[in-house]
Design a protein around this ligand. Structure first.
Ligand SMILES: [Zn+2]
Length: 421
């Protein structure tokens, strides 16, 4: 048996972001915020000038100087340093892969990160605006801002106020002249660490997501899979993309920006809906764990072949995974990302006989040259992902796959069982 490479923890950290809007704050406060943002951006750039990704180095050599040069409180000076390090690290990663021309990162805007030391959030008896965020900007200035939330976001912030979540940082974001507070909340949850069912969720271009469940006690027989084509997401992106291009031609850039925001929100709504349905799919089975492919760094690689072709860049796969992960953990379902080396060739391997095809033709059907199986291509890949997880983690036996039993409802017509929009 191969060594176990997957370890499931029974306690996991969940992190969510709750967004609220600064509600009709007076002019003086907004001016103070804008001034602090300018100062903060200047500071991040100043830190970037040292070209160091070491927080220790920057703290030792630059912190005192930063305190003299910038009118921001100590906590903001430190978060600006952390931001500079994050920006530089991702820039260097891209640089190594030859993705950027410039020698150093150029940043046009930044959000201000307030950690626990420099903000306070409280609920007051005020009827119209009960939620108030107090930010300390520098030695002299401390401002109180009324924050309003949409209904779902308000419920979560109420949970946090009841102590169900830990408040960590608040990112203050300025967009189209309006200010938003992004509250980052965390909590530890108990999840299943000895799964009985592996639910593989494969994201891709043709189907936005495909889920298939396999019992660890019977890995030869996958359960009925489910498909999400993501037609609505594609429609929204296509529609807005078209309008955006025509506005760009007319140089209506303000409108383009607003449209981008609306498009993003609509796509996010759809992704949440799909993620909820994927959790419901997993919930049908005993002690499920969700397995997905680790997509980090994929945008910088072009070895994905046809399945994730150039349009990959326009579809929000990674975001969908994040939503699935967060919702699953909150529901007590564990989530594992399989490293890339374990999901190699999943789309080219026949899940029935194990044959690896040298190349696969376009279209949605996988045809095995050896055993003759015809199967939905993405579903075939998902079954392979689930099986490899079972093998790698030692959750169950992983001998050569048995022929799937067609009577079990395994053999699917392409796209059967799909809750399409
Ligand atoms: Zn085969």
């Amino acid at each position: 048996m191969p060594p176990a490479v997957i370890k499931l923890a029974s306690r996991r950290e969940v992190r969510v972001t709750v967004v609220g809007k600064v509600f009709e704050a007076n002019r003086g406060k907004i001016l103070a915020l804008n001034k602090a943002l300018d100062e903060y951006l200047r500071l991040v750039r100043w830190y970037l000038g040292f070209d160091s990704t070491s927080k220790v180095f920057l703290h030792k050599n630059c912190y005192e100087r930063a305190r003299e040069l910038f009118n921001l409180n100590a906590a903001l000076i430190q978060t600006a340093r952390d931001k500079a390090v994050e920006i530089l690290r991702s820039f260097k990663r891209l640089k190594r892969r030859g993705k950027v021309e410039a020698d150093r990162p150029r940043i046009k805007s930044v959000s201000m990160r307030f950690d626990r030391r420099c903000y306070r959030f409280s609920k007051t008896g005020n009827v119209l605006t009960p939620y108030w965020l107090t930010l300390s900007l520098n030695k002299e200035e401390r401002i109180n801002l009324p924050i309003v939330f949409g209904e779902k976001q308000r419920q979560r912030i109420e949970e946090a106020l009841r102590g169900e979540w830990r408040f960590t940082a608040v990112e203050m974001v300025k967009r189209d002249g309006e200010w938003y507070a992004h509250f980052v909340l965390e909590k530890a949850v108990e999840v299943v660490d000895k799964p009985e069912t592996i639910v593989a969720v494969d994201v891709g271009e043709r189907n936005l997501a495909v889920a298939v469940a396999i019992s660890v006690n019977n890995p030869g027989k996958p359960m009925r899979g489910q498909f999400w084509r993501g037609a609505e997401v594609k429609r929204i992106r296509g529609l807005y993309g078209h309008v955006r291009r025509s506005l760009q031609k007319k140089r209506l850039l303000g409108k383009v920006k607003r449209l981008r925001g609306r498009e993003r929100r609509k796509v996010e709504q759809e992704l949440h809906k799909i993620a909820n349905q994927i959790i419901a799919y997993a919930r049908q089975f005993p002690r499920p764990v969700i397995v997905m492919e680790d997509l980090t760094g994929i945008r910088d690689n072009f070895d994905r072949g046809r399945r994730l072709n150039r349009r990959f860049h326009s579809l929000p796969f990674r975001r969908l995974q994040t939503y699935i992960e967060c919702k699953a953990l909150l529901d007590g379902i564990n989530v594992v990302y399989l490293p890339r080396r374990l999901v190699k060739n999943t789309s080219r391997t026949c899940h029935r006989c194990g044959h690896v095809a040298r190349n696969i033709k376009g279209g949605g059907v996988f045809r095995c040259e050896r055993c003759g199986m015809e199967y939905d291509r993405d579903l075939n890949a998902a079954i392979n992902i689930a099986r490899r997880a079972i093998c790698s983690a030692g959750w169950g036996s992983c001998g050569s796959p048995e022929p799937a039993d067609e009577a079990e409802g395994v053999k699917l017509q392409p796209n059967a069982g799909s809750p399409n929009f």
